[in-house]
Design a protein around this ligand. Sequence first.
Ligand SMILES: Nc1ncnc2c1ncn2[C@@H]1O[C@H](COP(=O)(O)OP(=O)(O)OP(=O)(O)O)[C@@H](O)[C@H]1O
Ligand SMILES: [Mg+2]
Length: 277
Amino acid sequence: MQIPMRRNRPLKTIAIASGKGGVGKTNVAVNLSVSLARLGRRVMLFDADLGLANADLLLGLRPTRSLHDLVTGAVDTLEDILVEGPDGLLLVPSASGISNMANLSPAEHAGLIRAFSTYNQPLDVLVVDTAAGLQDSVTSFCVAVQNVSIVICDEPASLTDAYALIKVLHQDHGLRRFRVIGNMLRTPEAGRRLMQKLSSVCMQYLPDVILEASGMIPMDDDLRRAVQRREPVVSVFPGSLSGRALTELARQVDRWTVAENDTGGIGFFVERMLQSA
Ligand SMILES: Nc1ncnc2c1ncn2[C@@H]1O[C@H](COP(=O)(O)OP(=O)(O)OP(=O)(O)O)[C@@H](O)[C@H]1O
Ligand SMILES: [Mg+2]
């Protein structure tokens, strides 16, 4: 008798990263996830900011468990820690308490891999919200996904730090292709200029790197208001400037292709992440 093989659907995986902090990663990750869920995709948002986790706050959710409980063995399955948000979006709450994935013991590794690889609900997209900067945990999450999106804003430090992150991911980890999202832009022209600046430094010093502009999000007081209300701007002010731009970003992301053979699901993602850590 043949044992049927479980075949996962291809899973699209995206990390939202930045060099400098406070450029809007979490807002991009949350609103992108909510918009994709609204398009009918089954979305998991992984809060990988191990220090200052706040995706739950922006969604108005109050998780009682986190990745930390999986690592310590307080719970066994991913379902035990998942929290449901708008349109069926699933949040993996961050693991405050784990400072670095590289410090986990072999048993903790195995527990995490088991919990993720036995999760068998259908999923279309995994969005990973990372911490700012060049910490090892950030690079290991970036190495584990198919699409790294770097958020930049119109400040010199944001550009130099984005360049430093791209350089590390390229030179130390072999990544070549990056999507770039401009945020808090005062004019469309400012967005184009910013993108051009980053492209020209990369072309000069990292000629093998390919950058792709993937979204321009305006500076918008409605987004700040949404943050204060603990609701995603695409839910509470969908017609605002940032709401429309973030919804458009989700439509773009929805058109990105996934290799048909990338069917390892989130189990593979976690394995790759731990391997690189
Ligand atoms: N498009 C925007 N328009 C206006 N304000 C914005 C916009 N995007 C982000 N902000 C402001 O920046 C703040 C920080 O955003 P967010 O928490 O998403 O950044 P982050 O990059 O995740 O920060 P950290 O590096 O600390 O994780 C928000 O609370 C909001 O006040
Ligand atoms: Mg954040």
